[in-house]
Ligand binder design. Structure first.
Ligand code: ZN
Length: 115
């Protein structure tokens, strides 16, 4: 089943199914940015993707050293910006996620019927 899921999620990706699977397996199906576990649920599995640490649009290579397992949310947050290193990209992604969480928590507090 996972095979089909991956195929589904990678059809538009610039890596082949096998290349993508190798990266996901190497990273144990966990997002290297936020740690989301792609094996934990169907929804998580659908969210998993492979990220070019240095974006392809910026001449990032399709090399295992430049590829990481990544959830689509982190991938979207990271965008096409070039970072000095994977660690710098991760720091940015996690900071943005923290900001989004803060906003979400603020908005959620204000909903009627919530304590
Ligand atoms: Zn993530």
């Amino acid at each position: 089943m996972f095979f089909n899921l991956t195929k589904l999620t990678l059809t538009t990706a610039p890596v082949t199914l096998n290349e993508g699977l190798e990266i996901l397996e190497r990273d144990q199906h966990r997002c290297r940015y936020c740690g989301l576990d792609g094996n934990a649920s169907f929804e998580n599995a659908l969210a998993m993707s492979v990220d070019f640490v240095k974006p392809r649009a910026r001449k990032g290579k399709k090399d295992p050293n430049n590829l990481v397992a990544c959830c689509r949310t982190c991938n979207a947050i990271k965008g096409k910006k070039v970072y000095d290193s994977f660690e710098a990209a991760k720091k940015h992604v996690l900071e943005q996620r923290a900001e989004l969480r803060k906003t979400w928590e603020e908005n959620n507090k204000q909903r009627p019927g919530k304590p």
